[in-house]
Design a protein around this ligand. Structure first.
Ligand code: AMP
Ligand code: MG
Length: 348
């Protein structure tokens, strides 16, 4: 379906939002009708549909241009809703739920019978998350159904961290977007599979490996995340998501960045540098954008996708980027950057 108009519901004070707020009630009506509504979560904006309706969920794949073998995360607002979605709750999952929900952690469970194979892309497991964002919680409550929601970008674009990004990608293709301002975290949730012992980390995110291991003891890491030449266990991780249109190359040695920039500029390309506050004044390029301070990786995560989109808006041909320490949220930042760069990292 194409929409003549995509609703833009602005909710000013997220803390005062609940399931009875007018904007939320209207957005929930669209979800109940089987249409698509984008919503803010603490990680990125999601593109939501009634997770219990095949027809509604199918619209997500069409609007995003998402491959149908890439399963969706189902979002809930209360633990009772989990019981309808899963066949049982492994002990490891219970520990994680108590420690990290609501929050940026997606847990993979054995799937319950009611969950459609459209949501799980044919797998016998289902990914579930309870977001902490008050707007996401209010919308799930008001719609009174679990909401399947991948990131609300067109496939291949960076995940949206503001309603402006959502509208740039999906205006006319969705019923509306609830605008709760920029998202806090800026990178997608951590994904962990609790159907195996020990659980396996599929995607790094806001909840770090150290935090998970503090609760569970040692976990396994999907070998594909460690740079091993193996097919990732989570279908979505094989796609080069998040790629900007300009070709991104990461350069580990910050002092070498200018040399790479100069080479591309000699060839008449428009060159951008993805810099940090500490180094941005050291460079000369067509476009220089800082993702924040190297001393505040949470800020870098928050700004990352917005900056990648800005390079596209400015139509740069080539982007040269600084790298970050793979510690804490830095693991998630580097995972997303490596994907955006299609693996182009220069280690000298
Ligand atoms: P997105 O919501 O666009 O950030 O993507 C959701 C991520 O969760 C993708 O990488 C999916 O492959 C992954 N995912 C969702 N469901 C499952 C599942 N049942 N098993 C493994 N990975 C999953
Ligand atoms: Mg995505």
């Amino acid at each position: 379906m194409s929409y003549k108009q995509t609703n833009h519901w602005i909710v000013d004070n997220n803390q005062h939002i609940n399931k009875n707020s007018n904007e939320i009630k209207e957005a929930a009506l669209w979800i109940k009708k089987g249409e698509l509504v984008a919503l803010p979560t603490e990680t990125v904006y999601g593109l939501g549909a009634n997770a219990l309706s095949d027809e509604a969920v199918q619209k997500i794949f069409i609007a995003k241009g998402r491959p149908s073998d890439n399963p969706l995360i189902v979002h809930i607002s209360r633990k009772e809703q989990l019981l309808r979605l899963v066949s049982h709750i492994p002990d490891s999952a219970n520990l994680l739920i108590n420690a990290f929900w609501p929050g940026p952690l997606t847990i993979i469970f054995p799937k319950g019978e009611e969950v459609s194979t459209v949501v799980t892309a044919g797998l016998d497991t289902v990914a579930v998350r309870m977001p902490s964002h008050p707007v996401a919680q209010a919308l799930i409550e008001a719609a009174n159904v679990p909401i399947a929601a991948p990131s609300a970008n067109r496939s291949g674009k960076p995940s949206p961290t503001s309603a402006t990004h959502v509208l740039a990608d999906l205006r006319g293709k969705i019923a509306g977007v609830v605008d709760g301002g920029p998202t806090a975290e800026g990178v997608e949730s951590t994904v962990i599979d609790c159907t195996t012992t020990p659980p396996i980390l599929y995607r790094p995110g806001g909840v770090t490996r150290e935090q998970l291991e503090a609760v569970l003891g040692p976990i396994r890491i999907d070998p594909a995340l460690l740079g091993k030449d193996e097919q990732p266990k989570s279908p979505g991780m094989k796609y080069t998501h998040y790629a900007p249109e300009g070709e991104l190359t990461l350069v580990e040695n910050q002092a070498a960045i200018q040399t790479f920039v100069d080479k591309w500029r000699e060839k008449q390309f428009k060159v951008g540098i993805m810099a940090t506050d500490e180094h941005k004044q050291d460079y000369d390029a067509d476009v220089i954008l800082s993702v924040g301070s190297r001393n505040d990786l949470a800020e870098v995560a928050h700004n990352l996708y917005h900056v990648l989109r800005q390079f596209d808006e400015q139509k740069v041909d080539v982007i040269i980027g600084e790298t970050f320490p793979r510690e804490g949220i830095g693991v998630a930042i580097m995972n997303r950057l490596e994907k955006a760069a299609g693996g182009r990292i220069i280690q000298r």
